[in-house]
Design a protein around this ligand. Structure first.
Ligand SMILES: [Zn+2]
Length: 286
């Protein structure tokens, strides 16, 4: 599944490719991708004649900003966009085609068919399903240390599932959480409330660093992920801990372990990320 840095890479690529183009016609070839409105014909009608003014992102959702309204698109497992000439052969698993007035087409392909599109009037998408309950954006300026500490600092939950919970911080997937916890030297099963202010600071910095480096590298590419222009991301070459179970830790040389935390495969170095006991007194000075 593409994670936040991959979706950000797709967003940047799409911004270059489709902003300013006007939709002449929309062809929905697989009805289930279109979640709102329910009728694909209405979906197409509402989009025709509209110009794409921008492409933004909320968590792992892409937001195509239109003259009137927002098209919200989630790639889920395998969804991907590509810009084609109208004369190019339509590849298998192409489910939605946006034909532009300049003769080019934005095509949405999705082998697994799990992707979704919701079309909203105005900017009501941010306060409606599926975006309304998303937490803070870790790549946004609003992701300050104080905002981070408020979101997670005092909860009596293991830190890893908390970081994966989209209601607190959006778009942090399994790979990036393992990497950030390793960088911060925090065991994935530590209780959030047991983290000291210094540990939280290190974790906050590690999250921002991990995501930013990945966006710069074009996203990771664990499963031959390809972005909107057909390039693969390079971040998989920079992974320190994810997928390296049984191999030596880059910092201390101990063997990296793999376990399951909150139902997710989890990689860590027990020497660099000790499982400290929860501190009893004083609780902590936050
Ligand atoms: Zn280590």
């Amino acid at each position: 599944m593409p994670e936040l840095p991959e979706v950000e890479t797709v967003r940047r690529t799409l911004s270059r490719l489709v902003v300013g183009k006007t939709i002449r016609e929309v062809e929905v070839r697989l009805k289930r991708i279109i979640q709102k409105p329910e009728e694909p014909e209405l979906f197409a009608d509402l989009l025709e004649g509209q110009t794409i003014q921008g492409v933004s992102r909320r968590g792992k959702f892409l937001r195509f900003l239109l003259d009137d309204g927002v098209l919200v698109s989630h790639l889920r497992m395998e969804g991907r966009y590509g810009l084609y000439e109208g004369s190019d052969e339509v590849e298998p698993h192409t489910h939605v085609i946006f034909r532009f007035t300049d003769g080019t087409e934005l095509r949405y392909r999705d082998v697994r068919q799990f992707g979704t599109m919701h079309l909203f009037a105005g900017e009501e998408d941010l306060s409606s399903k599926p975006l309304h309950k998303l937490g803070i954006e870790p790549l946004d300026e609003s992701f300050t240390f104080d905002a981070f500490r408020q979101a997670i600092g005092k909860r009596s939950t293991k830190i890893k599932p908390l970081l994966l919970n989209q209601a607190y911080i959006v778009g942090l997937g399994n790979i990036y959480v393992d990497e950030a916890l390793f960088l911060a030297g925090i065991h994935p099963e530590r209780e959030a409330a047991s983290l000291t202010r210094l540990e939280l600071q290190k974790l906050h910095e590690a999250i921002v660093h991990t995501l930013k480096s990945s966006v710069e590298a074009g996203g990771s590419s664990i499963k031959s992920y390809v972005n909107g222009q057909g390039e693969s991301g390079n971040f998989q070459h920079s992974l320190n801990i994810y997928g390296r179970n049984g191999k030596p830790c880059v910092t201390c040389g101990s063997l990296i372990e793999k376990t399951v935390v909150g139902g997710r495969g989890t990689h860590f170095c027990l020497k660099c990320q000790p499982l400290k006991r929860k501190r009893s007194t004083p609780k902590n000075k936050l």
